[in-house]
Design a protein around this ligand. Structure first.
Ligand SMILES: Cc1cc2nc3c(=O)[nH]c(=O)nc-3n(C[C@H](O)[C@H](O)[C@H](O)COP(=O)(O)OP(=O)(O)OC[C@H]3O[C@@H](n4cnc5c(N)ncnc54)[C@H](O)[C@@H]3O)c2cc1C
Length: 625
């Protein structure tokens, strides 16, 4: 067990993100693009056939013949090799990597939905797109291919982006237990006849004379989804959580909380949300669903359980983990030997507490947003300061105001604000009632982050145009929003103006990439922005907090805001502090910083198996990503 989770290790556990490589769209060809399904499938299949030929003959030097000359990407999650997540940029790098590492993938085929589409939101660079399946030496996989006409090679169709991920292992497929292949009974054949399903489930869950192959720490969306996938493959999993009941991490959040993203983005595998749920489910619906998900899928969850110690035994390639289960009142310690550990404790580390003087002088309440249980009628007439202008800060300010508090929001730097409807409209083209969430996820994951970032600039500009009245009213009220510097340039006012399109576009951040790099810095407006714009919620912007007096917050320009309660919506440090505390220094020092961007330009630290010394994996994501 780790000895420390203190500020002295925070710097190395929160290394700054690598920069995102700035890329532009590939050159657009003026040659025609087919629209008819059969022809599109044929073109994609022919190209994949050439690709497969090169792989099967191991003539890797010929790979550039099927890859777009100017720019091409192969994003792979354990398809090419058994262990690596990698994003290869450019024909030369792809060829070099395959040459050095070989390629487990034997052949790729076009799957469902071949169609014509475009790489950029404006529809300038046309592409043909298809889901793909592949067969590898160890299993089968899925993915997506986007092919474009290569302007530098006679307008031939070439691969622009290829995304591959391993789905099943040969001989071990979730399809063996799903749908038509479902078992006749849940109990195994050799289970005593006098015992029923409930007896079976309870015995299975206790792991008496049995070992979990995987121990998952954390029973939120990520932990439960990982366990569900593994159980379908017949891998025995034990999930532990410190909470009292399944779903408590949502149940115990503030009273009025609803999801900010529509339900299609947050769907879990094998078991959909009820069809009559609202698009934006409440925290208690989500909590109840997560609790029942465990029962419905027969997962092995131990609540009120934590890790006492964990040691990797290299000779036998398994962990020795001591758990303490407090669910029956008195603590019970047990020892287990899983081969893999998965940390799924959420994205947030310790609350980030600003360090200002006079906290002990302040006579009111001061606390971090993670402790905000919801505003109550007792807030009526109270002077509340919310420090921080991201999603949490806005939600808290809104709820306190709804209960009659006099709220002031303190904002240090600018915030990316997007209207709820604007965001929903944009996401609805991808995540919606008709599209299978897994397919939407594949399309989303298929793009390298650098290309997503380029697309996001243009989407950001569209958002900005759509939300301009709201954003201008916020600025007038003293709230600082992210704006393009060329906001008043001709191209902003006249979208078809040809001048400076790229520099205009690249000056706006991508909302998706903001999430992937910072997991914060933005607000999707669900009601707070108009209250700020109208002055009902007051703003204090751009001044540093100097200190607290007994009854107020004092700023470095001498201004002062009175307060009965101060809520610090100042975010969290990176989650690696939990890794260090729960699994110890050896594990924490051996894994990447979690979240942000790695040296290949992709999401850092998550989902990768750290297998050089031991098998440890960090599983995390925002629900909808
Ligand atoms: C107020 C609020 C609103 C949000 N709204 C949205 C939204 O609308 N859409 C969205 O996509 N995301 C939203 N998020 C982010 C959301 O929390 C995550 O998307 C989602 O819950 C992540 O799931 P997870 O499984 O990674 O982590 P969590 O849901 O946080 O689950 C982690 C679990 O690990 C357990 N745990 C932690 N440490 C230990 C330990 N040492 N031992 C045992 N168990 C441990 C915790 O008890 C918890 O149950 C919101 C977050 C907050 C705080």
């Amino acid at each position: 067990m780790g000895s420390i989770a203190n500020p002295s290790t925070w710097a190395r556990d929160n290394e700054p993100s690598h920069p995102i490589q700035k890329v532009d769209y590939p050159k657009a060809s003026s040659a025609p693009v087919p629209t008819e399904g059969t022809e599109i499938r044929q073109i994609i299949s022919d190209l994949l056939h050439s690709f497969n030929d090169i792989l099967s003959r191991k003539e890797f030097v010929k790979l550039p013949e099927v890859l777009n000359t100017e720019s091409s990407y192969w994003k792979d999650h354990i398809g090419i090799t058994e262990t690596k997540f990698t994003t290869l940029t450019g024909a030369a790098r792809i060829t070099e990597f395959i040459h050095e590492n070989g390629c487990l993938i034997k052949s790729i085929a076009a799957d469902k939905d071949p169609k014509s589409a475009s790489i950029d939101p404006a529809g300038t660079v046309k592409c043909l797109q298809s889901f793909i399946t592949f067969d590898s030496e160890i299993g089968t996989g899925r993915g997506l291919v986007n092919i474009i006409r290569d302007v530098d090679d006679g307008d031939k169709w070439k691969i622009y982006t290829l995304y591959t991920f391993l789905y099943d292992l040969h001989g071990v497929s979730e399809r063996d237990v799903l749908g038509e292949n479902r078992a006749l009974y849940t109990r195994p054949d050799n289970f005593p006849k006098e015992k029923n399903w409930k007896d079976y489930v309870e015995e299975k869950k206790r792991f008496v004379d049995d070992e979990p192959a995987v121990l998952i720490v954390g029973a939120g969306h990520c932990g439960l989804m990982a366990a569900a996938r593994l159980e379908m493959l017949g891998v025995k999993c034990l999930i532990i959580d410190i909470q009292k009941r399944g779903g408590d991490m949502w149940r115990n959040r503030y009273h009025n909380l609803c999801l900010h993203d529509p339900c299609w983005m947050n769907k879990m595998p094998y078991f959909p949300y009820p069809a009559n749920w609202p698009s934006f489910a409440s925290k208690d619906q989500i909590a109840g669903f997560l609790e029942y998900y465990v029962t419905a899928l027969n997962l092995n969850l131990w609540n009120q359980t934590s890790i006492i110690s964990s040691t990797w035994n290299a000779e036998v390639a398994h962990w020795t983990v001591v758990l303490e289960n407090r669910s029956t009142g008195s603590p019970v310690r047990t020892t287990h030997h899983p081969r893999h550990l998965v940390q799924a404790t959420g994205l947030n580390g310790a609350p980030r507490m600003p360090n200002f003087q006079g906290v002990s002088d302040f006579q009111g309440k001061i606390y971090h947003s993670s402790e905000f249980a919801g505003a109550t009628p007792q807030h009526a007439g109270k002077k509340v300061i919310v420090v921080g202008a991201g999603n949490s800060g806005h939600d808290i300010a809104y709820h306190a105001h709804q209960h009659g508090a006099k709220v002031t929001m303190v904002q240090r730097s600018e915030t990316y604000v997007v209207g709820h409807t604007t965001m929903i409209d944009a996401f609805k083209s991808r995540y919606n009632e008709q599209t299978h969430t897994e397919d939407a996820d594949i399309i989303f994951a298929a793009m390298p982050i650098s290309v997503t970032n380029r697309i996001g600039h243009d989407v950001g500009l569209m958002f900005y145009r759509q939300d301009l009245p709201l954003l201008e009213s916020l600025q007038k009220a003293g709230f600082k929003v992210v704006t393009p510097p060329e906001y008043i340039s001709p191209c902003f006012k006249y979208p078809n103006h040809p001048a400076d399109q790229l520099s205009l576009a690249t000056s706006l951040p991508s909302l998706v990439v903001l999430t992937q790099t910072r997991a914060g810095g933005f607000y999707v407006d669900i009601g707070c922005s108009p209250l700020i714009a109208s002055g009902e919620i007051k703003m204090h912007q751009g001044r540093n907090i100097s200190h607290l007096s007994a009854t107020s917050m004092v700023f470095d320009d001498g201004s002062e805001v009175e307060a009965d309660e101060i809520i610090l919506a100042t975010g969290f440090v990176g989650v690696k502090v939990h890794t260090r505390k729960t699994f110890g220094d050896q594990v924490a020092d051996s894994i990447d910083t979690i979240w942000g961007i790695d040296e290949e330009g992709e999401q850092r630290g998550v989902f990768k198996r750290y297998c050089s010394n031991f098998s440890f994996l960090f599983s995390d994501s925002l629900v909808g990503i």
